[in-house]
Design a protein around this ligand. Structure first.
Ligand SMILES: *[C@@H]1O[C@H](CO)[C@@H](O)[C@H](O)[C@H]1NC(C)=O
Ligand SMILES: *[C@@H]1O[C@H](CO)[C@@H](O)[C@H](O)[C@H]1NC(C)=O
Ligand SMILES: *[C@@H]1O[C@H](CO)[C@@H](O)[C@H](O)[C@H]1NC(C)=O
Length: 168
């Protein structure tokens, strides 16, 4: 009975470590720099210059004005502040919108309601997490970085396998 408890504990710790690794890998960016900075008074170009957006990161749009919104649009619509034919309406209604950056590409966001004309729009350039260049890494550290990049499917399979051994 006690061994079973111990085994469960070990498994729980393993799962937690893996999940923490996952969270540490993706970042949440407050658009504009703070929790409530989705508004026309913020210089979004200045803000985004100093940010590094990676695949699997998240954006947070926080605002108190109920007439603001968050629309994902294409480059043309971004430039011309066109709020029809958008790609995605990210607006949830509570002034706390989140968006996952799933691809390495340039995303364009703007507010509807005419606020885009006042500057409520932002460009987000997303890049892939880069692996260290192979020629500059010793074979030891290279295998370590390879190990860190083992994919999640594999990790889950290993977990299920361990689970099977412990609880058969
Ligand atoms: C961008 O979206 C607008 C609005 O839907 C559309 O009219 C336009 O053709 C699109 N432009 C490109 C390059 O996809
Ligand atoms: C986007 O969604 C919000 C909340 O559902 C809605 O109030 C708003 O009118 C939508 N915006 C557009 C341009 O459709
Ligand atoms: C992850 O590993 C599984 C099993 O080895 C493999 O089938 C899958 O293609 C891998 N996925 C990626 C993204 O490497």
């Amino acid at each position: 009975m006690e061994t079973l408890m111990f085994r469960k504990m070990v498994l729980l710790v393993l799962i937690m470590v893996i999940m923490m690794g996952n969270i540490a890998n993706s970042k949440l960016h407050n658009v504009g720099g703070s929790r409530i900075s989705w508004n026309p008074n913020v210089n979004f170009i200045q803000w985004s210059i100093h940010q590094h957006f990676h695949v699997a990161d998240w954006l947070y749009f926080g605002y108190g004005e109920k007439y603001y919104s968050v629309l994902e649009v294409n480059k043309t619509s971004y430039k011309k502040c066109v709020d029809t034919g958008f790609i995605k309406n990210v607006t949830g209604g509570a002034g706390r919108d989140v968006f996952e950056l799933k691809e390495a590409k340039t995303y364009y966001f703007m507010s509807g309601g005419g606020f885009c004309w006042q500057g409520l729009k932002v460009v987000i350039k997303v890049i892939q997490h880069v692996a260290p260049p192979p020629q500059h890494v010793s074979s030891e550290s290279k295998s370590a970085s390879d190990f860190c990049q083992v994919n999640q499917t594999l990790v889950m399979l290993i977990l299920v396998f361990i689970w099977g051994i412990l609880f058969k």
